[in-house]
Ligand binder design. Structure first.
Ligand code: DX5
Ligand code: ZN
Length: 218
């Protein structure tokens, strides 16, 4: 279903060739480019920071969707905005002042995203819906690509879709998206699907055609 946006996660790309990998996935039909920022503290893995985002920004023609799996968040918002993030997503679980964080993200000129871990309920969204542009429902525990989809999140997305009503808020799903799990989330009301391993498997910058086949299969 092409009304659904596919956002390949470059966590599954060839780290020695980010520029070419991004050009390849966009040429093969990616709608957004998802960048997983991990700090070795909020999640048990380390990836990239603002300098990497800034370096890849000129290669991205679509949307740079930056997923911050870091705590604290606030000291780094300005740097990621300056690096060219279009969407900047922070985790609800990253600190006690998510309201302030979301205000700061919009003040920095980015779309504000709010990510929820699989164990986090939707209740806390009630007072935040008017300050967010995207909700990211994690369908794995964040930290690594290639994990198994957590099915309990399908009903959560249906409930979220009803909560959002007419508001112009994207519902993004992140983790374990495959041709099998994607239709469940599309039916539940998601409109942006992040996929890492399922997009990059079988392809390379030398042979990017599998990326396109993988994107179309989702
Ligand atoms: C997980 C990341 C995801 C991950 C998705 O912490 O936020 O974006 O890269 O990878 P797959 O699609 O392989 O589950
Ligand atoms: Zn992510």
């Amino acid at each position: 279903d092409r009304s659904i946006k596919i956002a390949p996660s470059i966590l599954s790309a060839d780290f020695a060739n980010f520029g070419q990998e991004i050009q390849a996935i966009e040429a093969q039909g990616a709608d957004w480019v998802h960048v997983d920022v991990m700090d070795g503290h909020f999640v048990p893995n380390l990836t990239f920071g603002p300098p990497l985002c800034k370096a890849i920004r000129p290669h991205i023609k679509t949307v740079m969707d930056v997923h911050l799996m870091i705590a604290p968040v606030d000291p780094y918002i300005e740097a990621f905005a300056e690096a060219g993030a279009d969407v900047l997503t922070a985790h609800l679980e990253a600190g006690p002042h998510i309201h302030r964080t979301l205000q700061a993200i919009r003040a920095a000129g980015c779309k504000a995203g709010l990510a929820l871990n699989p164990g986090t309920g939707l209740d806390a969204l009630t007072h935040l819906l008017d300050m967010i542009d995207l909700v990211c429902i994690m369908t794995v525990n964040p930290g690594f690509g290639g994990q198994k989809f957590i099915h309990s999140q399908v009903d959560k997305v249906k409930t979220l879709r009803a909560m959002i009503g007419d508001r112009p808020i994207h519902i993004e799903i992140d983790g374990g998206i495959t041709p099998e799990t994607a239709p469940l989330m599309a039916a539940a009301g998601a409109d942006v699907l992040v996929a890492g391993s399922a997009v990059f498997k079988g392809g390379s910058v030398a042979d990017p055609a599998p990326y396109g086949a993988n994107i179309r299969a989702i």
